[in-house]
Design a binder for this molecule. Sequence first.
Ligand code: EPZ
Length: 462
Amino acid sequence: MTSPATTLPRPAEPSEAFDSADLIRVTGGTPLTGEVTVRGAKNLVPKAMVAALLGDGPSLLRNVPQISDVRIVTGLLEAHGVSVRQGEQPGDLILDPTSVGRPDHAEIAAHAGSSRIPILLCGPLLHRIGHAFIPDLGGCRIGDRPIDFHLDALRSFGAVVDKRPEGLHISAPQRLRGTKITLPYPSVGSTEQVLLTAVLAEGVTELRNAATEPEIQDLIAVLQKMGAIISVLDNRVIQITGVESLSGYKHRALPDRLEAASWACAALATGGDILVRGALQGPMMTFLNVFRRVGGAFEVEDEPGELGIRFWHPGGPLSALALETDVHPGFQTDWQQPMVVALTQAQGLSIVHETVYEKRLGFTKALIDMGAQVQLYRECLGGTPCRFGQRNFMHSAVISGPTKLHATDLVIPDLRAGFSYLIAALAAQGTSSVHGISLISRGYEDFGSKLADLGAQVEFPS
Ligand code: EPZ
């Protein structure tokens, strides 16, 4: 099936959209030292906000970071009549869906290209108003990112999908029905799509080959608080028994393990020492194993009120390794890019096989410009053959280190690559100009102040 992403006009490439104010200057050579705090996970918070649409009353979401993805989803929900306002505590968001109605299409179309979240509004909107209009999706350009699994799942529930030049019109001629779905791949978004649709569908839904990322488990916790009946069974099977109605929820978003890992890699690459407050050991176990094998040191703080993980470079050479990204509980693809920067400082040949996104190693070209030795390969190196092996994608990398990095001008292609470029610039000699930092703001709250607090020499010229 063809994705609408390939048939609808695409927004400008990130590099075309940058303006001169969208810039940070980074002078490298200083080890990052100190503390940062991570708040709610970027890959959970927007989905929990969407879940509020399913409730009969208001929801309270806590630990919400100030990132642009939250602002985008706020705009989308408001366009559908959801009231979104700050609560009493910092990070509290109150979402009231009691006045949800059919939106103005032009207002929704204005969100085209901004994020991938609009596709997740389908199930809740079909239940609430019988119709969903989805403009062209945005999100990081790390692969083709089709939405065929989403649309097949919605059709399986009984929805009708109409692809038009301006976007997708999806309707539910009658109440959606529970169904059996087997995902071709354990996709995070498609699993969330099925969960958000099945909870109010009539009867039982059985989802096979589901993704089980901690952010999905947290979304299931949100839905259960609202009154949903969801069983997570063995072997990636999730069973959802539809209910007649759901209430609002009160939930504290789980902390961002992807941001935490980014700071850990920054500590490793700069020879620093960072306590990441809020980081949890459980959802980061696979990352922690790799961090230790590379030669990083960490210490978990798990006393109530003092949760966090301290990451540091213990001195001496780092070790090269072979690494393969995978769905949870494997090594997350979002950890790959910052870790690759750290691996440029490891002794010997490291191999990284990216199996989730076919184009997520493209960011290494800039690292090569900075002096890193990275070779990309079409073959599946150092692990099991993946979906991309026979499809001509440069999805394996061999990194030879350690190499001294030098400053350069960098243009950010996607969110995690953006933070990884900051790490590379911090590990390099000289002053780098990093363009397109608004992409980093999609998922990293207040990163400029956090960097400055850690002793980084950073400057926002505008
Ligand atoms: C989520 O994207 C995250 N985004 C990504 O985070 C993350 O990298 C990814 O999951 C994997 O963990 C959000 O949560 C907003 P997928 P998602 O569906 O849900 C293919 C970051 O930097 N696929 O699990 O869009 C797809 O092309 C970002 O924080 C289809 O073929 O990812 C990919 O190869 C970037 N058809 C694979 O599945 C579909 O219909 C996994 O994608 C859907 C997906």
